[in-house]
Design a protein around this ligand. Structure first.
Ligand code: COI
Length: 350
């Protein structure tokens, strides 16, 4: 693999510094290019510096692009482990297929990622709650304004040492159940991790933040009634002693952390179901006491308790960090950081 050296390395954040989320980026990135007729080619590690693009590139006009999010962790034996990368590569392939992007060969992407992480090992933060966040993306670079799939693409992987996703750290999040704007209808791109899904979420997210909340809790596009997911996480509710999460009906992201939490819950014998959940069921449960916990899951958000939900002008208090969210957070981060046995084979050591 070709490697282009940079002249001056960046200053790394000091040990123990507040990293926030996605504010620092490492010195290098991995890139690969695609042209139709030639396929994916020229994998290389190059300095993470601004690149020049033709402003007619399709991604700037029509949003043809997808991305992923993963994390790598330092292990007690000094090795580095990536959490379930094969799941993310498989999801990226499905996202590419939905957006008419040629699939990026998972073996080439993984090889590039591992080489990049080996090179950037010193950027991996050590503190509790920190990780090296991995952001692969594919964007369309054909300079043409006709609305058609591009014939050339750039694949890249950025690395970012991160702490908590939320500015308020691990404090329970406050969500607004959104009954005006929608994220994605069934048949849309809701399952794909594509750029547009995040662009359409910004307006409602901004309104929620202005009102003092952290994120939006999306309701379905057809009836504005059934819970879909939160801004950057899948949603879970503990109702009448059972853990419930919205079923993957076509408009919801197939979260890798969601899937891992379902495995952990089933392993512990905790009743779980994936089904439709109406916002009325949640608000009634908050009032009657049947809803004992709610939390979100995601690569960035890990397992984040949901403290309260605003719906149609009324706040429904759920509470602090519940027992189940605490257990899942402990198990998940325990496996990721090598403190607990990797009994499901989730870690890819490099
Ligand atoms: C992730 O959890 O990795 C995400 O992609 C969510 C968000 C930061 C966009």
């Amino acid at each position: 693999m070709e490697r282009i050296e940079r002249k001056v390395l960046k200053e790394k954040p000091a040990a123990g510094a507040e990293l926030g989320f996605g504010k620092y980026f490492t010195d290098y990135l991995f890139t690969m290019r695609y042209e139709s007729g030639r396929g994916w080619h020229s994998p290389r590690i190059e300095p993470n510096e601004p690149l020049a693009f033709d402003l007619a590139s399709s991604v700037f006009h029509y949003g043809q692009g997808v991305f992923e999010g993963m994390k790598a962790f330092l292990q007690p034996d000094g090795s580095v482990a990536i959490f379930r990368p094969e799941e993310n590569w498989a999801r990226m392939e499905r996202s590419c297929e939905r957006l008419c992007i040629p699939p990026v060969p998972a073996d080439l992407a993984e090889e590039g990622l591992e080489e990049l992480i080996r090179l950037e090992r010193d950027w991996i933060p050590r503190g509790e709650g920190t990780a090296l966040y991995i952001r692969p993306a594919v964007v369309a670079t054909r300079p043409a304004l006709g609305v058609h799939a591009s014939d050339r693409y750039l694949f890249f992987i950025l690395l970012s040492p991160v702490g908590n996703y939320y500015a308020r750290g691990l404090a329970p999040t406050r969500l607004v159940a959104e009954d005006t704007f929608v994220r994605c209808p069934i048949g849309g791109t809701g399952e794909a991790k594509c750029l547009g899904n995040y662009a359409v979420s910004l307006k409602a997210g901004e309104l929620a933040e202005k009102a003092g909340y952290d994120q939006v809790l999306w309701l379905d596009a057809a009836e504005h009634r059934y819970i879909e997911e939160a801004g950057s996480m899948n949603a879970f509710f503990v109702l009448g002693g059972e853990v419930v999460t919205p079923a993957l009906v076509g408009s919801i992201l197939h979260g890798v952390t969601r899937k891992s939490c379902l495995t952990l819950l089933r392993e512990k014998g905790i009743p779980v179901s994936e089904r439709r959940i109406s916002i009325e069921e949640v608000t009634a449960g908050a009032e009657s006491g049947a809803l004992t916990e709610a939390f979100g899951t995601g690569t960035a958000a890990v397992v984040s308790p949901i403290g309260d939900i605003r719906y149609r002008g009324k706040d429904y208090a759920i509470g602090g960090t519940g027992e189940i969210a605490r257990m899942l957070y402990g198990e998940l981060t325990g496996i990721q950081r090598g403190r607990l046995p990797d009994r499901f084979g989730w870690l890819r050591k490099i």
